[in-house]
Design a protein around this ligand. Structure first.
Ligand SMILES: NC(=O)c1ccc[n+]([C@@H]2O[C@H](COP(=O)([O-])OP(=O)(O)OC[C@H]3O[C@@H](n4cnc5c(N)ncnc54)[C@H](OP(=O)(O)O)[C@@H]3O)[C@@H](O)[C@H]2O)c1
Ligand SMILES: Nc1nc(=O)c(N)c(NC[C@H](O)[C@H](O)[C@H](O)COP(=O)(O)O)[nH]1
Length: 237
């Protein structure tokens, strides 16, 4: 699986405000670049935190790109994938409409009734990861067991590859991006730095989770480009 992480941050590295409401950091050219990356991908992945905060749609804006994908024998829109251990995605979420296939990555802790309701709402359920009974399953609160009970992303990607998905674009948020770096699953990172300060010790950043204390993943800077009123940085791992 080729994993391309893309996100937009403020100069101080924030993905959005401490209220976790969507902040438009990108300008028109950067959003067009995002659309191009989506069009090249087989799937677009976010965490359930982003679904709950932004209710994103994650489809292509540019009709020409959709038509070109169809000409190439690919679905018009890339599939949508949500890392959602306990199936918290609302059944009326925009990503569950029929404009693209949507996979929910869950683990054994997910309530079967919720899974049935989400299947009825159009989701494809992919189970990957234990129920956290071997550790705390509250996620990020308890640093030591922060990942117990969350989706096993490597196992989930193996399952998605069996569905024919070979290239995934990850749009965030900070919890999922950290887990991908921690699991050594990131191949490419592009970051748009908008010329604004968001601030806030509780605001989400590019990579949250517990954070590294050593063995920091090092990246190769491959390109720097002015875009809109900000800068776009490109890295390879
Ligand atoms: N500026 C940008 O480019 C951009 C992009 C995306 C999002 N955002 C902003 O970022 C914020 C959301 O970010 P976020 O960090 O709170 O949420 P997130 O990363 O989108 O989702 C985190 C949630 O995903 C679930 N998850 C399942 N498996 C996981 C795993 N292996 N590792 C990590 N998480 C896993 C966890 O919930 P469960 O335990 O319930 O599964 C976790 O709480 C919003 O404010 C949004 O507006 C900004
Ligand atoms: N590249 C980028 N620049 C931004 O300024 C910003 N706020 C996001 N945020 C990413 C997040 O994942 C959003 O929820 C989706 O970008 C919404 O996607 P739709 O337009 O609904 O398809 N992404």
């Amino acid at each position: 699986m080729y994993v391309h992480v893309n996100a937009a941050v403020s100069v101080d590295g924030k993905l959005s405000s401490r209220r976790r409401e969507q902040v438009e950091i990108s300008g028109a050219d950067d959003f067009d670049r995002v659309d191009r990356i989506r069009a090249a991908a087989d799937a677009v992945l976010v965490g359930v935190g982003t679904v709950l905060a932004d209710d994103p749609h994650l489809t292509l804006d540019e009709e020409d790109r959709r038509v070109q994908r169809l000409r190439d024998g690919r679905p018009g829109n890339p599939a949508r994938v949500v890392a959602d251990s306990r199936a918290r995605t609302p059944t009326d979420a925009r990503i569950l409409d029929d404009e693209a296939t949507t996979y929910l990555l869950v683990n054994d802790a997910a309530d079967p009734d919720r899974l049935d309701a989400l299947r009825d709402a159009g989701a494809e359920i992919v189970s990957a990861g234990g129920d956290g009974s071997d550790g705390d399953d509250t996620g990020s609160e308890d640093g030591e067991n922060a990942h117990a009970g969350r989706v096993d992303l490597r196992a989930a990607f193996d399952a998605l590859e069996r569905e024919g998905i070979e290239r995934v674009m990850v749009e965030g948020g900070g919890e999922v991006i950290f887990s991908l770096f921690e699991a050594g699953l990131v191949d490419e990172l592009t970051v748009y730095v908008g010329s604004l300060v968001i601030g806030g010790r509780g605001a989400p950043t590019l990579a949250d989770g517990e954070g590294f204390v050593d063995d920091f993943p090092e990246l190769d800077l491959t390109d720097v480009e002015r875009l809109d009123d900000g800068v776009q940085l490109s890295y390879e791992t």
